[in-house]
Design a protein around this ligand. Structure first.
Ligand code: SME
Length: 163
């Protein structure tokens, strides 16, 4: 019913531009946060190559709690400031981790994960959660991925009613 981005033979810039356009179309006409985050996790997971986990953690007080995702079952609660997700949320900035084993305090959910990118979901400087992607390949994510995913998250925030 819905298209996913084609990742073959294309630059990351072109891939993320298509992903952003597809996300906008996918989320149009629906403002429910659970529905939109579930569909966006699925779109991202099936559009980007070499990703073994993609999904959201939502802030509940001083913790992040697992939200909609695609991939293997994951850790449910992450304290703010802990792991890659909690660090990105606490610092309100995207983190690109080329080698998760070199990140102090990395929380291993899927033993296959080797690299990771986390993008905060924030509204008016307030962190509501994070978008987290894992890859089984070291160095899979660069700043270009972070910028592309930030643009996709902006589409999500604009299209969704968030607490
Ligand atoms: N690796 C993350 C935990 C979440 S999983 O990767 C799905 C972290 O260190 O915060």
């Amino acid at each position: 019913m819905f298209a996913t981005a084609r990742s073959d033979f294309r630059s990351k810039a072109a891939l993320y531009e298509e992903l952003r356009t597809l996300a906008r179309a996918l989320l149009e006409g629906e403002r429910d946060a659970l529905a939109n985050s579930a569909n966006l996790a699925a779109l991202i997971f099936h559009s980007l190559p070499d990703v073994n986990w993609a999904g959201f953690y939502w802030r509940r007080g001083e913790e992040l709690v697992l939200g909609p995702f695609q991939g293997k079952p994951a850790c449910v609660r992450i304290a703010m400031g802990k792991g890659v997700c909690g660090t990105a949320a606490a610092q309100i900035r995207s983190l690109v981790i080329p080698d998760v084993n070199a990140f102090p305090g990395h929380i291993a959910c899927d033993a296959a994960s080797r690299s990771e990118v986390v993008v905060p979901v924030s509204v008016a400087g307030r962190v509501l959660g994070v978008l987290d992607l894992d890859s089984p390949h070291p160095g899979r994510f660069t700043d270009e991925d972070a910028r592309g995913l930030e643009a996709v998250v902006r589409e999500f925030v604009a299209a969704t009613d968030l607490g």
